[in-house]
Every structure is written in structure tokens, then in C-alpha cells.
Design a protein around this ligand. Structure first.
Ligand SMILES: Cc1cc2nc3c(=O)[nH]c(=O)nc-3n(C[C@H](O)[C@H](O)[C@H](O)COP(=O)(O)OP(=O)(O)OC[C@H]3O[C@@H](n4cnc5c(N)ncnc54)[C@H](O)[C@@H]3O)c2cc1C
Length: 403
């Protein structure tokens, strides 16, 4: 049987392991941290990637923890509803969109890997530093000096991928868009139906919020995840980014004049105990991902702005496609087939997110609406709005059954 090693037990690496196992492989996952802890706050699993997780039999577990998001509401800072973009099964998608705590999703996947493949399928405290490649296969190199022989190696170690750096040693620093994303989650009363994601403001000052706990929703409460995006500088390059860094700048003042009616944004921000900051960063799409028997997946392959909620979703789909391609061709040819399918699609999402993705409707509205008394339906047509949403669904690859 082809031996497969995966560097990184994040959302992408673990999904790839489950999909490969379903195809009859027994991949070995290596994770850098000594103990995986449920880090991060909310992420979204879009309908097409939820379909992958449902296909792996994880639907009931997801339903028990995550919110089945009904729709995304785009609003002006005066509270006008610009557009309501349905995401649910009821709206015709083959699977729901889930809003979920990133750490809980990672644990769900980790548990499934261990149940199906054994406790030792994921080895922790094994930071991959690089690889050597020869006639006999690939040698994975670790920070502790140890080595591991394999036939294929998948780099799923996220943003700071060492394998990407080895395959593309001349790549420069990260592209920082200039916007800082302050992030947190707070337990509070449910807003609206408890299944709606709200995105309000404009490109420079934007508030994104969605509930992420199904157990709390069932009690009429909400774990409200939020991202307060504030432009702090013009675009530039930066060396590094850290998901766990605490907020260092005032993130409340820019939102004091937002009026949403059903939610007091400043109060939500002030009530949150732990707030982190993470820059909006990405990298230019790569000309290739695969070096012989080594390839990349997820953020290691295509870090993108978290616009349109695509980071985790695209990593999950990578895992599915990789496993299917290796089932058909369990060697470097299978890796190339995977890259041929996934690299162009993810490059388009990276580029489209730079243009604002589906959130372009915020800027269209912001340019035309000047106060709360304006009637938005007189300033923007439904066709104009649907064109933006449909174009993004098309590029990101999730369609309604009827489409
Ligand atoms: C700690 C953390 C918190 C995050 N929080 C959020 C969040 O709140 N919201 C959001 O939208 N996105 C968050 N993300 C990013 C998000 O999970 C990814 O964008 C998306 O899920 C794609 O997943 P991925 O598997 O490609 O990368 P990731 O989920 O980043 O997983 C990469 C994995 O590789 C491991 N790793 C790193 N270097 C090595 C190495 N050298 N050897 C072996 N393993 C290595 C990491 O520890 C991690 O477990 C977070 C990522 C991390 C690591």
C-alpha cells in the first residue's frame, strides 16, 4: 500500500486523512504542537465542503455542535438590509452551511481520525522542517532530528508551511491588505432567529457576526462570534501572523456610530473577555504545488483573505479531491491530477477575495447610501446584488441543486 505522510493536523490535514482512509489508505499525520488545543474562534463550512463532511458520516456530530446557518445578511452601517443571501438546505443547497468553533471542528475531525485509524494516526510534537527525495521515496525531516520514510508527503501545515518554503524558497513575505481583524466570541441572548450571519459596514470598517454553538441555540442563547475589521494601514508586506496574538489597538471606537437595531455592536465588543487580532493576509497564487512526491494542501497551498468564509472550506475540498485522485493513481501522478483540479480554482478564490468577494455589495451600498432615511431599494437593484452573489458562488464552487 502506498505510504502517505501528512504534515499538519489542522482542518485540511485531518479531512485529507479521513478521505484517504475512506479510499483504503492509512496516512500518518504529524502535528507540530505537543498537544492539540481547541484554538481559534468561529469559522464557516460552506455548503459544498459540508457535503464532503456529510459524505464522511460526520453530519450528525456537526449538527450537534454547529449552527446550520440560514442566510448571510449584508447591511449598511445605518442598519439597512442590502441583501439576504440564503445558504441553507431549505434554500436548495445540497448540504447546510455550518458556523462552528474552529477548535471544536478540529477536535471533531481529530476524534474521527483516531476512532477510524487508531490513536497513533496523529503524532503530536512532530514539527516537520523539510524533506529529502530520492529513488526510494521521500524522507520527512523533523525538528527533533528524527526522520520518517514515506512514498508521498502532503504539506498541510497552514500559513507557515515549511514544505511550501522548501518547494518555493524565493517566495517573499506575506501580503498584508492593511486591515486588522479583531476577533472574539461572547455568550449572550440570541440575535434574531439565531441562525443568521450579519456582515455590516464597508471595506474599511466592517463588522461580521454569527452564532457558533448549537447547544446554546437550543437554550435560546448564543455563542456570538464576531470579527471587527478596521483598516489600519495601506497594503504592505509583513513577515508573520499569529492567530493567538491579543488585541493591541482600540477596536470599539470605529463601530460606535453603527446602528443595527437588533444588536448593539459596541456592547458586544466590550462584553467579550478575550479578543485577538490577526492581519488580513494572503499570498500570491503559486505556479505549482507539487515537487515529485510532495504536494501542498489548504492554507499551505493557498492562504487567502477570510472573505466569503472560504479558508476552511477550500482546505476540506482539497482533502476530498486529493484522496479521490490518489485512489485513481496512487503516486506522484495522482498528486499532479489533484493539483490540476484544485490550483486554478483556489487561485481564482484568492484573487476574487482581493476584490471583496461577495462582500462587494457592502461597498456598492456604502457609495450610494448616505443616511438612515435613504430607501435602499431605490438605490440598488436586486439583479445587481444577485450578480455579485452568483458570481462568487460560481468561482468558490458552491451551487444550489436547481442552479
Ligand atoms: C491556532 C489556529 C487558530 C486559528 N483560528 C482561526 C479562526 O479563529 N478563524 C479562522 O477563520 N481561521 C482560523 N485559523 C485558520 C484556519 O483554521 C485555516 O485558515 C483553515 O482552516 C485551513 O486549514 P489548514 O488545515 O490549511 O490550516 P490550519 O488549520 O492552520 O492547520 C495547520 C496545522 O498544521 C500545524 N503545523 C504548523 N506547522 C507545522 C509543522 N512544521 N509541522 C507539523 N505541523 C505543523 C498547525 O499547528 C496546525 O495544526 C486558525 C489556525 C490556527 C493554526
Amino acid at each position: 500500500m502506498t505510504r502517505i505522510a501528512i504534515a499538519g493536523a489542522g482542518i485540511g490535514g485531518l479531512t485529507a486523512a479521513l478521505c484517504l482512509h475512506e479510499q483504503g489508505f492509512r496516512p500518518q499525520v504529524f502535528e507540530a504542537v505537543p498537544e492539540i488545543r481547541p484554538l481559534g474562534v468561529g469559522i464557516n463550512v460552506m455548503p459544498h465542503s459540508a457535503e464532503v463532511l456529510h459524505g464522511l458520516g460526520l453530519g450528525p456530530r456537526l449538527d450537534a455542535m454547529a449552527i446550520r446557518t440560514r442566510c448571510i445578511e449584508y447591511r449598511t452601517r445605518f442598519g439597512h438590509l442590502i441583501q439576504s443571501d440564503p445558504r441553507s438546505v431549505e434554500a436548495g443547497f445540497p448540504a447546510p452551511q455550518y458556523s462552528v468553533h474552529r477548535g471544536e471542528l478540529q477536535f471533531l475531525l481529530l476524534e474521527a481520525v483516531r476512532e477510524r485509524m487508531g490513536q497513533d494516526a496523529v503524532l503530536q510534537d512532530k514539527a516537520v522542517t523539510g524533506y529529502e527525495q530520492g529513488e526510494a521515496g521521500v524522507t520527512v525531516l523533523f525538528a527533533d532530528g528524527s526522520r520518517h520514510e514515506t512514498d508521498l508527503l502532503i504539506g498541510a501545515e497552514g500559513l507557515r508551511s515549511k514544505l511550501r518554503a522548501q518547494i518555493h524558497p524565493d517566495e517573499g513575505p506575506l501580503n498584508y491588505e492593511g486591515t486588522m481583524m479583531f476577533r472574539g466570541a461572547v455568550e449572550m441572548d440570541q440575535i434574531g432567529d439565531g441562525r443568521t450571519m450579519v456582515i455590516a459596514g464597508n471595506h474599511d470598517v466592517k463588522f461580521v457576526t454569527y452564532p457558533i454553538s448549537e447547544p446554546l441555540r437550543q437554550k435560546g442563547r448564543a455563542l456570538t462570534n464576531w470579527v471587527a475589521e478596521v483598516r489600519l494601514s495601506s497594503p504592505r508586506h509583513i513577515q508573520d501572523a499569529d492567530w493567538t496574538r491579543g488585541a493591541t489597538t482600540d477596536y470599539v471606537t470605529p463601530f460606535r456610530d453603527f446602528s443595527m437595531g437588533d444588536m448593539d455592536i459596541a456592547r458586544i465588543l466590550e462584553a467579550t473577555e478575550t479578543v485577538t487580532e490577526f492581519p488580513m493576509i494572503d499570498r500570491d497564487p503559486l505556479p505549482f504545488w507539487t515537487d515529485g512526491a510532495v504536494t501542498l494542501l489548504g492554507d499551505a497551498a493557498h492562504p487567502m483573505y477570510p472573505i466569503g468564509a472560504n479558508g476552511a472550506s477550500q482546505a476540506i475540498i482539497d482533502g476530498r479531491v486529493l484522496a479521490d485522485c490518489l485512489a485513481a493513481n496512487p503516486g506522484p501522478g495522482g498528486l499532479l491530477a489533484y493539483e490540476e483540479i484544485r490550483r486554478p480554482v483556489t487561485a481564482s478564490v484568492v484573487r476574487m477575495n482581493r476584490q471583496g468577494g461577495p462582500e462587494q455589495v457592502l461597498d456598492i451600498a456604502d457609495a450610494r447610501v448616505s443616511g438612515p432615511e435613504d430607501r435602499i431599494e431605490e438605490l440598488i437593484t436586486a439583479e445587481e446584488l444577485e450578480a455579485v452573489a452568483a458570481s462568487y458562488r460560481n468561482v468558490a464552487g458552491f451551487q444550489k441543486k436547481s442552479a
